[in-house]
Design a binder for this molecule. Structure first.
Ligand code: GLP
Length: 239
């Protein structure tokens, strides 16, 4: 595991974007595993800047996102599809048909979970996965549980997650109570993982995830077992 303390959020974003752009330059047909949340926004901004300077070309890239809310109407501005379109996809030259997210609006959600796992397998797996960290240690929407959920699955969002995500909605009641998330298996099978963590409020959970026991009660702790994990964080204290 490589752990890098960034000077500030811009430094964190540039460092993460550097690793991703190097991947795209070395393998223009790579599969990027992408994340939502506020942490990677700066990374996407930096990548867009380099795209605009012609330094990186996304035309051959495929993307698979970690998760999506269940039940938000198509086009809802807080759906993760809309978030990705607005913060990243519409600013770069990725082929829209090569951008994948789980669909939280289908009738048969179990079938959708299987479809998403098969899709990732058919793509040959994920070359590089970017992850944020939830306050309760979640990655994607894999919430603390008694067992690691291996496959894409439907989750009941925990209270802290609903509260944390309420800032994006008009009220807490509007936050969906369920989501569909890539499982731990596909995440752990990514050839490379970058975990980006910003802010002192994440310090305790980051420390627990990286140095504490490996337990499904802290889902991100499983990352200790990954062979190529880079953690880039920005907190006052050192891990
Ligand atoms: C959401 C997403 C996660 C993300 C987390 C942290 O719940 N499903 O993938 O990592 O929030 O978000 P933030 O980066 O805004 O703290």
């Amino acid at each position: 595991m490589k752990v890098i303390k960034a000077k500030d959020y811009a430094d964190l974003s540039r460092k993460a974007a550097n690793i991703i752009s190097a991947q795209v330059i070395m393998n223009p047909k790579c599969v990027l595993g992408l994340a939502t949340g506020s942490s990677p926004i700066g990374t996407y901004k930096q990548l867009i800047e380099w795209y605009n300077k012609d330094d990186v070309d996304f035309s051959g890239v495929t993307s698979v996102n970690l998760d999506e809310y269940v039940g938000l109407p198509e086009g809802h501005e807080q759906s993760y599809r809309s978030f990705m379109e607005e913060t990243f996809f519409k600013h770069i030259n990725i082929n829209p048909a090569s951008t994948f997210l789980p669909d939280g609006n289908v009738e048969d959600l179990e079938k959708e979970c299987a479809r998403y796992d098969n899709l990732i397998t058919d793509l040959g797996g994920i070359d590089i996965q970017i992850l944020g960290l939830g306050h309760n240690g979640h990655i994607g929407f894999n919430e603390p549980d008694d067992a690691f959920e291996k496959m894409t699955n439907i989750v009941d969002l925990g209270e802290t997650t609903i509260q944390a995500n309420a800032r994006f909605f008009a009220s807490e009641e509007e936050v969906p109570k369920k989501a569909i998330t890539m499982g731990i298996r596909a995440i752990m099978q990514a050839k490379k993982i970058i975990l980006v963590v910003n802010g002192n409020d994440k310090y305790d959970i980051l420390k627990k995830a990286l140095t504490g026991a490996i337990t499904p009660h802290v889902p991100a702790s499983v990352l200790q077992l990954h062979a190529d994990l880079t953690v880039i964080y920005c907190c006052d204290q050192e891990i």
